[in-house]
Design a protein around this ligand. Structure first.
Ligand SMILES: Nc1ncnc2c1ncn2[C@@H]1O[C@H](COP(=O)(O)OP(=O)(O)OP(=O)(O)O)[C@@H](O)[C@H]1O
Length: 287
C-alpha cells in the first residue's frame, strides 16, 4: 500500500461552552493561540485550524514550526485521526504511529518488560513483533534488573528510556512526532538521536512539530509554518525558519544542514553495517 496524507480545506474548531463572552474582543488576534470566534449556533469557538490543504507522499519529512497555540499539535492530532475536521477533509492512508506523549500507554503496576510490549501494541505493533525486539530494546535502555520491577518504581528519565526504546524500534508507515521527545537527559539523547534518525529513515512519512531548530534540521527536509491555524509558508527548512524566526535562526539551520551533509559524506566513504542494514529495511518496508 502506498502511504499518503491529503487534507483539503480542513478546519478544526473547539467549541467552548463556558467562555466568558463579555470579555471577548471580536476579531482580536493575539500573538499566541488560534482565532476566537463564534460558530453558526453563536457558541464561542477556538478556530485551531483553518483551511489546511496539504498533500504528503512517501519520503516526505515535514517539520511544523509556529508560535504557541498556532495549531501544530492540533494538526498532528487531526492526521492521527484523534480529531475529525469540523469542515473540509483529511484522508490518511497508511499505519500511523502517533508519538505525542511518551507516557501514554504505560501502566505503573506492571514491569518494564511488560510495558515495552504494551507500549509497542499501542503503536500498532503485534505481540510477536515486540517479542522479537524486546532483548534489543532492553539493552538500549540500560535498565538491567529494573526491567523486572513495576514501572512505578522508575524515575521520569527511566520511563522515558523505555518509551524511547520502544518508539525507535518500530517500523511506522506514517510517523507523527510531537516535540516532547526532546526532553531527555543529554547523554541519553546523544545515544537516542542516532536511533531516532534511523527510525525517521525507515518511516514512509514524517510530520514533526518542534521548537528546536536543531532537531528539525536533523530530522526534516521541508517545513511548514503554521500561524494562527493557517499555513503561512511551506518550503525548504532553512527558508521557512528564516521567514518565521529571522536571519540568525536561518543561518543556524543552514550551518546544521552543512554539518550534517559533511558527516553524511564522511560516513558514505566507509559505509557501516548499520547503514547497510538501514538501506535494506528501507527496501523491505511497505511490502
Ligand atoms: N482541547 C482543546 N480545547 C479548546 N481549545 C484547544 C484545545 N486544544 C487546543 N486548543 C486551542 O487550539 C489552538 C491550537 O493549539 P495547539 O495545541 O494545536 O497549538 P501548538 O501550535 O501545538 O502550540 P504549542 O507550540 O504551544 O504546543 C490554541 O488556541 C489552543 O488554545
Amino acid at each position: 500500500m502506498t502511504v499518503s496524507i491529503d487534507t483539503h480545506s480542513a478546519c478544526v474548531d473547539f467549541p467552548i461552552f463556558d467562555a466568558k463572552t463579555r470579555s471577548l474582543k471580536k476579531a482580536f488576534l493575539g500573538k499566541a493561540g488560534g482565532t476566537i470566534g463564534r460558530n453558526a449556533s453563536d457558541v464561542v469557538v477556538v478556530e485551531a485550524l483553518r483551511d489546511i490543504t496539504l498533500s504528503l507522499r512517501e519520503g516526505d519529512r515535514v517539520g511544523l514550526v509556529g508560535h504557541n497555540g498556532a495549531g501544530k499539535s492540533t494538526l498532528l492530532r487531526l492526521l492521527a485521526g484523534i480529531y475529525e475536521p469540523t469542515r473540509g477533509s483529511a484522508v490518511v492512508r497508511g499505519r500511523v504511529a502517533p508519538v505525542f506523549d511518551l507516557g501514554v500507554g504505560m501502566d505503573p503496576e506492571i514491569s518494564g518488560y511488560e510495558n515495552i510490549i504494551i507500549r509497542g501494541l499501542f503503536l500498532g505493533q503485534t505481540r510477536k513483533q515486540m517479542a522479537s525486539k524486546i532483548d534489543e530494546i532492553a539493552e538500549f535502555t540500560e535498565l538491567g534488573d529494573y526491567l523486572d520491577m513495576p514501572l512505578r518504581t522508575y524515575s521520569t528519565g527511566m520511563r522515558v528510556r523505555i518509551a524511547m526504546g520502544v518508539v525507535t524500534s518500530i517500523d511506522p508507515e506514517i510517523l507523527l512526532l510531537d516535540e516532547g521527545i526532546g526532553a531527555v537527559d543529554a547523554e541519553f539523547m546523544k545515544k537516542a538521536r542516532t536511533r531516532l534518525q534511523e527510525l525517521v529513515k525507515r518511516s514512509g512519512i514524517l510530520v514533526f512539530a518542534s521548537h528546536s531548530n536543531e532537531f528539525l534540521a536533523q530530522l526534516c527536509d521541508t517545513a511548514m509554518w503554521i500561524d494562527h491555524g493557517q499555513v503561512r509558508q511551506q518550503g525548504g527548512i532553512e527558508d521557512v525558519v528564516r521567514a518565521y524566526e529571522g536571519d540568525d535562526a536561518g543561518d543556524h539551520v543552514a550551518h546544521i544542514l552543512r554539518e550534517l551533509a559533511a558527516s553524511d559524506s564522511e560516513r558514505d566513504g566507509t559505509a557501516s553495517d548499520s547503514e547497510r542494514d538501514g538501506t535494506a529495511s528501507d527496501g523491505e518496508r511497505g511490502a
